[in-house]
Ligand binder design. Structure first.
Ligand SMILES: *[C@@H]1O[C@H](CO)[C@@H](O)[C@H](O)[C@H]1NC(C)=O
Ligand SMILES: *[C@@H]1O[C@H](CO)[C@@H](O)[C@H](O)[C@H]1NC(C)=O
Ligand SMILES: *[C@@H]1O[C@H](CO)[C@@H](O)[C@H](O)[C@H]1NC(C)=O
Ligand SMILES: *[C@@H]1O[C@H](CO)[C@@H](O)[C@H](O)[C@H]1NC(C)=O
Ligand SMILES: *[C@@H]1O[C@H](CO)[C@@H](O)[C@H](O)[C@H]1NC(C)=O
Length: 355
């Protein structure tokens, strides 16, 4: 009897001593670390990225995409790396703005394990909030991949409260809709469905504890080379841009509502106005070629990066990718993204987006 009660009293005491001992060790380890690198005291700030080719930095499978072929990546990193550009894309510029490293693509998380502390990129080119013709994971599935990693203990609650999410919805749902529906009559209803699904995704990311979530507004689809090709890259298609304005109005309303229930945790990244401003005043940004893409197939059967059965190039690249806004029929060059980034900064559109 005595023994037992003594044991009962000793046990809390022993655990207290153990806790003190362990926390002393931890304090010493932290003190040691802080001597080498003061930043290690705080958890590393993380960026999580969801969406499509405007944000993908290497998730898309090599067999599915020209973005893993020459001449993609010639400006950065100097060879094809899966980015849909000659160089950096939106994700790289947002990471730079936030002062973090570009997060590792989900597909390379095992090979680049020491990089996981900067967050992770789940975006895959060609995907949408709904399924598209690309076999890549839709945005719901991309979010589930992060949920699984949290469940596996790779990221903790405090990692998430120290993180920002970037969400890119750049129009693949709409190209898929137009490719699979004879008439555009149902489009307005579909736009509302896309924005509603995007809103559900934003809430699901927020529910994981992510501090702040940035969602891109839809860029002017009517100015993309695949649309302006019909006017020899002379002018944007106004009716396409009207549809984009409808999407962006609904998105702004939805995010305003989310902000009210979640204490201003959401922000719309105004890609529409920043793209338009650069396209309307290209020379301000040292862009000579605002609508004609830098890299195109030799004819409509081929696209940037295509080769024929004898491995002969079936595309042409402009002399100076730095002077073109668009790289291929859909995606900006690094110079294009850099100009958009600078415009976002001068518009103060990035204010309030920080850890
Ligand atoms: C901290 O550094 C000291 C001196 O270099 C070393 O003796 C000690 O073992 C280190 N402690 C931990 C927990 O790493
Ligand atoms: C996303 O993909 C999953 C798995 O293929 C599917 O079950 C789900 O219905 C899709 N979600 C949406 C919103 O399309
Ligand atoms: C989108 O959500 C709004 C608000 O919840 C709802 O009124 C509307 O019917 C939804 N539209 C579609 C197409 O799902
Ligand atoms: C603009 O695009 C619509 C379909 O999205 C098409 O019907 C129309 O002809 C295009 N207009 C011009 C001027 O190319
Ligand atoms: C949401 O709140 C943030 C922070 O106050 C603000 O910067 C942003 O403009 C708001 N966005 C919308 C669409 O209301």
């Amino acid at each position: 009897m005595m023994d037992l009660s003594l044991h009962k009293q000793l046990f809390p005491l022993l655990s207290l001593l153990l806790i003190l001992f362990l926390s002393g060790q931890r304090m010493q380890a932290e003190a040691n670390n802080s001597l080498q690198n003061p930043q290690l005291c705080e958890p590393t700030k993380k960026l999580f990225v969801f969406g499509d080719s405007y944000a993908d930095t290497g998730n898309i499978r090599k067999s599915l995409s020209n973005s893993w072929k020459d001449p993609y990546g010639i400006t950065f990193p100097g060879k094809p790396a899966g980015r849909f550009s000659d160089g950096r894309v939106l994700t790289d510029y947002i990471a730079k703005y936030l002062g973090v490293k570009t997060p590792v693509p989900y597909r390379f998380r095992k090979q680049m394990a020491q990089q996981l502390k900067y967050g992770m990129n789940f975006a895959v080119g060609g995907t949408g909030v709904f399924d598209t013709s690309t076999p890549g994971p839709n945005m719901t599935t991309q979010i589930q991949l992060l949920e699984q990693l949290i469940h596996d203990g790779l990221y903790t609650a405090s990692d998430l409260t120290n993180s920002i999410a970037l969400v890119s919805v750049a129009g693949n749902d709409y190209s898929h809709y137009l490719a699979t529906h004879a008439s555009p009559q149902g489009l307005p209803y579909f736009v509302a469905s896309v924005v509603n699904q995007t809103t559900r995704n934003l809430m699901r990311i927020k529910a994981l504890g992510v501090k702040k979530i940035i969602v891109g507004s839809l860029q002017p689809l009517g100015c993309l080379p695949q649309v302006t090709a019909f006017s020899s890259f002379q002018q944007c298609n106004a009716s396409s841009n009207t549809l984009v304005a409808f999407h962006n109005n609904l998105l702004n309303q939805a995010v305003t509502n989310l902000n009210q229930s979640w204490s201003s945790s959401f922000a719309v990244l105004n890609l529409y106005d920043s793209f338009m401003s650069v396209l309307n005043h290209p020379t301000t940004h040292n862009i000579q070629n605002q609508l004609r893409p830098c890299c195109v197939g030799v004819n409509s059967k081929y696209s940037c990066g295509s080769v024929d059965e004898n491995n002969v190039k079936m595309y042409r690249v402009c002399d100076d990718p730095k002077s073109a806004f668009f790289w291929d029929l859909v995606h900006p060059t690094q110079a294009g993204w850099h100009a958009v980034y600078n415009k976002l900064r001068t518009m103060n559109a990035l204010q309030g987006i920080q850890f």
